[in-house]
Ligand binder design. Structure first.
Ligand code: UDP
Length: 497
């Protein structure tokens, strides 16, 4: 038997998907493992490296946690992408850009060789690779190490996807908008065909993206297990279903955002904020508790002028105080959002002075959400934003756009009952269209703040927020799950010695 000093340090390598919604939680994960004495290395590409390297410097200085970073080239030219197009957020969403998306995926598949080179040099004991790296199971097994999958979502998503693929209920409806109950899935969750991720509906041959997503689901079953940015108490039925019925090995180790304890880590999460964080907090300090709605659509979605105009009018009509994070048309830089006439009603900012704050670009989301003045959230239901909203203990207006967001909406509105939908009926394939009208926005905002059911929703949301914090404390469910995972990986790596 080896003495503790002889046991080699466990080394986990992280390979995040190149999109902010995946890179941000991966850095949080590396930090959590690092804080427990695990050696960690993040693999990324030159353009994406600043997102990690700046934070890594801070973490090392403030917490004494060292996170390694390895940079591999991203084959833009070979994959037919413009130079520097190394992040999915740089690709405009919408039908016209399918080719670019496919080329991006092609580039991801070309990373297998350099990643295997790194595995051979660094000899980690485990590879935590994002679901989009469909070759990662093979690579890990070449080096005799487990591959853990990270898909940036929750157990509810894993269960819903599995049931949809198993029973294909959408094949038995008479129209795209006819609601059906997801068979096999606890909770009588209702969806329509129009809300399903594209890959479910298309045939293998007609869409590269669909093919890749189908493959990710197959690989998911072959991986050693799945690390989930969620906590058991949030979705016990689905966590159990995943483990006991679907036989997936899952570790719930979230909410990951809660590993950011100090001001700077929260303020500079992801990107440099486009507003002075202290000014933002000062503004929030001037507001009553639970009185401000935070409105944001994640790191990738940008609306056109018409949709922004409807949103502005809906917000104004709701009478709510707000912080609104705006990004407009993908091809424009933040500095060029300028021309307000184009997307704001005349005199809007003047009328809203003191009542609302518009952040053009990037907001310090976690810092804002945890302020006591925030009493609600309007979200696109990206999983990170959803769980950050849950952690903040606030009710939500849900406005899903694409990918897993409709599933997340159902968890919030139908299962947790801490939010109301703004009424989006279908997946958006073209961000150039305006779909949600001002009246619907006004109605939904009022429902979560002053409506008949608002108090109940707030109470439930606050309860979940408390549970989220307890889960990551010592002895809490997520903290224990992470300890168990680290222990298991350590024993596996010792068996290999
Ligand atoms: N985020 C942020 N400021 C912004 C927009 C987003 O800090 O202005 C963070 C947010 O806190 C979350 C992530 O970016 O952690 C977005 O992930 P999510 O899954 O919600 O959406 P996606 O960007 O993947 O659509």
């Amino acid at each position: 038997m080896m003495s503790t000093s002889e046991i080699p340090q466990l080394h986990v390598m992280f390979l995040p998907f190149l999109g902010l919604g995946h890179m941000i939680p991966t850095l949080d994960m590396a930090k959590l493992f690092g804080a427990r004495g695990v050696k960690t290395t993040i693999v990324t590409t030159p353009v994406n490296s600043p997102v990690f390297s700046k934070a890594i410097q801070r973490i090392s200085k403030d917490l004494g946690v060292q996170i390694g970073i390895k940079i591999i080239n991203f084959p833009c030219a070979e994959a037919g992408l413009p130079d520097g197009c190394e992040n999915i957020n740089a690709i405009p969403k919408g039908e016209t850009n399918t080719e670019m998306t496919i080329n991006f995926l092609k580039a991801l598949s070309m990373l297998q060789e350099p990643v295997e080179q790194l595995l051979s040099e660094c000899k980690p004991n485990c590879l935590v690779a994002d679901m989009f790296f469909t070759w990662a199971n093979k690579s890990a097994s070449k080096f005799g190490i487990p591959r853990l999958l990270f898909n940036g979502s929750c157990s509810f998503y894993l269960c819903t996807t599995a049931c949809m693929m198993m029973y294909e209920p959408y094949k038995h409806v008479s129209s795209d908008s006819e609601p059906f109950v997801v068979p096999g899935l606890p909770g009588d969750i209702k969806l329509t065909k129009k809300q399903l991720p594209e890959f479910m509906l298309s045939n293998d041959d007609d869409n590269e993206f669909a093919k890749l997503l189908k493959k990710t689901n197959e690989e998911d079953l072959k991986s050693y297990g799945v690390v989930v940015n969620s906590f058991y108490e949030l979705e016990p039925t689905y966590a159990d279903y995943c483990r006991n019925v679907l036989r997936k090995r899952t570790w719930h180790i979230g909410p990951l955002s809660l590993c950011n304890k100090n001001f700077e880590d929260k303020a500079l999460r992801g990107k440099q904020a486009s507003i002075d964080e202290n000014e933002c907090l000062k503004w929030l300090n001037s507001k009553k508790p639970d009185s401000v709605v935070y409105i944001c659509f994640g790191s990738g979605a940008n609306f056109n002028s018409d949709q922004l105009m409807e949103l502005a009018m809906g917000i104004e009509a709701s009478g709510q105080d707000f912080i609104w994070v705006v990004r407009k048309d993908h091809d424009k830089k933040v500095e060029d959002i300028g021309n307000e006439q184009d997307w704001l009603p005349e005199g809007f900012e003047k009328r809203m002075e003191g009542k609302g704050l518009i952040i053009r670009g990037w907001a310090p989301q976690v810092l804002i959400l945890e302020h006591g003045s925030i009493g609600g959230m309007l979200t696109h239901c990206g999983w990170n934003s959803t769980i950050e909203g849950v952690t903040a203990g606030v009710p939500m207006v849900t406005w899903p756009l694409f990918a897993d967001q409709f599933y997340n909406e159902k968890l919030v509105t139908q299962d947790l009952k801490i939010g109301v939908g703004v009424g989006v009926q279908e997946m958006i394939t073209n961000m150039g269209v305006s779909v949600v009208k001002r009246e619907a926005i006004e109605k939904a905002l009022k429902e979560i703040t002053v409506g008949d059911g608002a108090e109940e929703m707030k109470k439930r949301a606050k309860g979940l927020g408390l549970m989220a914090r307890r889960a990551v404390e010592e002895g809490g469910s997520s903290s224990s799950d992470l300890n168990a995972l680290i222990e298991e990986l350590s024993s596996l790596s010792q068996l290999k010695q």
